[in-house]
Design a protein around this ligand. Structure first.
Ligand SMILES: [Zn+2]
Length: 150
């Protein structure tokens, strides 16, 4: 498999702890985001390094969608949401990863183009503290359990 020593997600793929993984197959892993938009915001990451989603072989692309649908159903079991967002952005790390986000508010996933008065300011990534890790472990357990029921 292709990987890169400088790539954040290749490092995670090669060094993860099984307890942090919601799902794993030969080609994919899924785990909660450390900096979630909403609790249980999950990332599906390819084990092999591909820069962008349009680089993916069709079979892997299909398996990401399939897993995304299952994670969305698990999130709907855990939270009172009607919709779950699925998106590739490619704007931060150039290693294919799909975001699966339970949508509590219309603004959970949006664009500045859709913000009326535009006054949006981004903050940096969340610091990984013991509280963040505790929540991460708890969400991983809940999602893993819900996924097993689907
Ligand atoms: Zn990578």
């Amino acid at each position: 498999m292709t990987s890169s020593n400088d790539c954040h997600f290749c490092k995670i793929v090669n060094n993860y702890r099984p307890s942090q993984i919601i799902y794993e197959s030969a080609e994919l892993i899924a785990f909660p985001s450390f900096d979630p938009i909403r609790e249980s915001h999950t990332l599906i990451v390819t084990k092999e390094h591909f820069d962008y989603f349009d680089d993916l072989p069709k079979s892997i692309s299909h398996n990401i969608i399939d897993l995304g649908q299952k994670i969305a159903k698990a999130q709907k079991m855990l939270y009172p949401v009607e919709r779950v967002g699925f998106l590739y952005t490619g704007g931060d790390i150039a290693h294919v990863h799909a975001h699966i986000v339970p949508l509590f508010e219309k603004t959970d996933i949006t664009s500045l183009q859709y913000i009326k008065d535009g006054n949006v300011e981004f903050k940096g990534p969340k610091e990984i503290t013991p509280v963040v890790m505790e929540n991460f472990d708890s969400v991983t357990k809940q999602l893993k359990s819900a996924l097993e029921q689907i």
